[in-house]
Ligand binder design. Structure first.
Ligand code: TIU
Length: 237
């Protein structure tokens, strides 16, 4: 009679390295890092840094599928956007000076001012646009916890486990995975839902997450993840 409340009810387990990754119902959030036009489209911030932005396009189709499955599962979904205030008051001079970009943060580019909040280029690509009820966090740094209310939001929703996706693997994704790991979250990275401008950084970045018995977290892929997300869907039997 109390079968539905049984503490032994099955927790979906995603096939992952170094071990299967648990998706405890109601305790998992999907985080989509910085899938912004500025990183993915020609002429944006990513390209001004000298990168080949076409390397990131492959992330969109599998991430769309994961996003759809997470929505169907009723999961908490959080999108982040890296960027700065129009007056650049939250831009450390050290970040502004960094590299030898053709255009610096705040300069006018083809999609508005580079990496500035409210500009077209700063927003998320159409294919992954947030829908009503999803949280968008604007972050000034590479990590999603730094100078944001992400921790507060996760605590308020009793989240213990994170699925972290987005770009770029070795920069904002890795920084966020490390921040989350130090804060006690269990983190899964689906390999085809994160992207880098550098194929070797993509491979090594993923290896680093799961090395040493999962020093920062777990790695799987969209197909294995979606199979288990379907078990979480309210309509799943
Ligand atoms: N340059 C680079 O690879 N990434 C960034 O600057 N930000 C993010 O990763 N979002």
């Amino acid at each position: 009679m109390f079968d539905d409340l049984s503490p032994t009810a099955t927790v979906p387990m995603v096939d992952a390295v170094p071990t299967p990754f648990a998706l405890p119902p109601g305790q998992v959030a999907l985080i989509v890092i910085d899938m912004q036009r500025d990183f993915l489209l020609p002429g944006g911030f990513g390209e001004t840094l000298g990168n080949d932005v076409s390397q990131l396009a492959a992330v969109i189709p599998p991430l769309r599928e994961v996003l759809a499955a997470a929505r169907a599962a009723g999961m908490l979904i959080i999108h982040t956007r890296e960027g700065h205030r129009p007056d650049l008051s939250d831009l450390p001079p050290a970040k502004h000076r960094r590299g030898k970009p053709s255009l610096r943060i705040g300069d006018p580019g083809p999609y508005g001012r580079i990496l500035i909040r409210g500009e077209y280029g700063h927003d998320i690509v159409d294919e992954l646009a947030p829908i009503a009820g999803e949280i968008v966090i604007d972050k000034p740094g590479k990590g999603a916890f730094y100078a944001t209310d992400l921790q507060l939001i996760l605590d308020s929703h009793d989240i213990t486990s994170l699925i972290i996706t987005g770009v770029t693997t070795e920069v904002c994704v890795h920084t966020t995975v490390r921040e989350a790991n130090d804060r006690g979250y269990e983190v899964l990275v689906p390999s085809d839902c994160v992207g880098s401008y550098f194929p070797e950084f993509q491979r090594i970045g993923l290896e680093m997450v799961a090395a040493q018995g999962g020093i920062f977290g777990w790695v799987s892929d969209s197909t294995r993840l979606i199979t288990q997300l379907r078990q979480l869907a309210p309509s799943a039997v």
